[in-house]
Design a protein around this ligand. Structure first.
Ligand code: BYC
Length: 331
């Protein structure tokens, strides 16, 4: 079973006048836009929801290094190689800040990683697709990091202080990532017909998975109502998805690329682009563990964990030695 199935005990969202005692005070603080800090009282369901979301986000950053890491040795120039290496290192950094933010909620990193490695925890669906050509690296930066920024900017103002603060730096770095991706796409689109075709092919394969990244439609989003009441989520999945589409369609036109959606139209009344039907069956298949690369991604993470056992053992032995030495000096 791939779903985390975290039972937060929330059957339905209760209104402010149904809450009592500490819980009522907690909600008043949230409504007054106060940040929740690690040492504050919080409902158990809030704590579990934050652990679920932050750890899922951290796992996504770390697993997200794999599809891009695949191209570091094959980047087409030294400049592109150095830039991609820096981007992939940034993703590792994001994962580490996020694991630290999750640890403030009284859960150990080992527990979180165990959940990832056993397949119990989720990570973003988008990283279960393969990077077949260099243009995929451009598309990931342009679309995937572009989508990540839209999803994550509101998280800088979310109610949980350690998560909100971690997101500020992450968003700054994501905007550099988005630009490097767009720059790769621009170069390919201004290049030879074969390069332009490669860019179009990458867009064809990544467009719909990126649209799905924002999560299920609002009507099927099980956590949204409670997460919005707790100001963990400030905008709904569909609202963020629409923002992404409105921002990206003109960028594709600038590149001279076609969005692979024959039903795409601009609604003159609202000024928003309308897209054709999304294959949600594919989304659910991927998040249940049956996407094109799910098994490969998890196997790579588990192998990295096992191969790194000697580093963890050496670090623990070193820390023990240092502690013993400090004790000796103090005696
Ligand atoms: N993939 O009730 P919903 C990045 C799950 S990192 C997989 O709407 P929620 C980047 C959801 O977890 C990208 N699962 O949930 C990194 C839930 O299942 P569980 C990651 C998904 O939490 C490196 C169920 O579906 N970003 O961008 O209210 C390089 C029902 O959904 C997905 C974050 O994690 C998905 N796409 O809303 C480049 C941001 N969507 O947990 C880029 C923080 C939904 O009950 N997270 N599910 O088993 C969020 O903003 C929210 O958690 C989501 C989902 C909008 C993703």
């Amino acid at each position: 079973m791939y779903a985390q199935m975290v039972d937060t005990g929330v059957a339905r969202v209760r209104s402010a006048d149904e809450l009592e005692g500490e819980e009522a005070g907690f909600q008043r603080g949230i409504d007054a836009l106060e940040k929740v800090e690690a040492t504050d009282w919080m409902p158990e369901a809030y704590r579990k929801t934050m652990i679920r979301q932050i750890s899922q986000h951290a796992h996504s950053e770390i697993v997200g290094m794999l599809p891009e890491g695949n191209w570091i040795t094959r980047a087409p120039s030294l400049k592109r190689k150095v830039t991609l290496l820096a981007k992939v290192q940034d993703e590792a950094g994001h994962g580490l800040y996020l694991y630290c933010a999750a640890e403030t909620l009284d859960v150990s990193r080992d527990t979180l990683l165990e959940a990832l490695h056993s397949g119990a925890a989720k990570y973003s669906s988008i990283f279960n697709y393969p990077t077949l050509t260099w243009a995929d690296i451009g598309v990931i930066g342009w679309l995937v990091d572009g989508a990540a920024i839209i999803n994550q900017i509101p998280l800088c103002r979310c109610s949980y202080g350690p998560y909100a603060r971690a997101m500020v730096r992450i968003c700054k770095e994501e905007s550099f990532h988005q630009r490097q991706g767009f720059d790769i796409m621009l170069t390919l689109c201004q290049g030879s017909p074969a390069q332009k075709a490669m860019a179009q092919d990458a867009l064809n394969r990544w467009w719909w998975p990126t649209v799905m990244m924002f999560g299920p439609p609002d009507a099927e989003s099980v956590h949204s109502a409670q997460s919005m009441a707790w100001r963990i989520k400030l905008q709904s999945n569909d609202a963020l998805r629409q923002k992404f589409i409105d921002q990206t369609v003109p960028q594709a036109a600038l590149l001279g690329l076609t969005i692979p959606d024959p039903a795409l139209t601009l609604d003159p009344e609202t000024g928003h682009y309308r897209i054709g039907p999304v294959d949600w069956a594919e989304f659910y298949r991927v998040i249940k563990g049956d996407g094109p690369c799910n098994r490969e991604r998890l196997a790579a993470r588990v192998a990295a964990w096992e191969d790194g056992a000697w580093v963890r053992e050496a670090a623990a032995a070193h820390a023990e030695k240092q502690a013993a030495r400090r004790k000796e000096c103090a005696a």
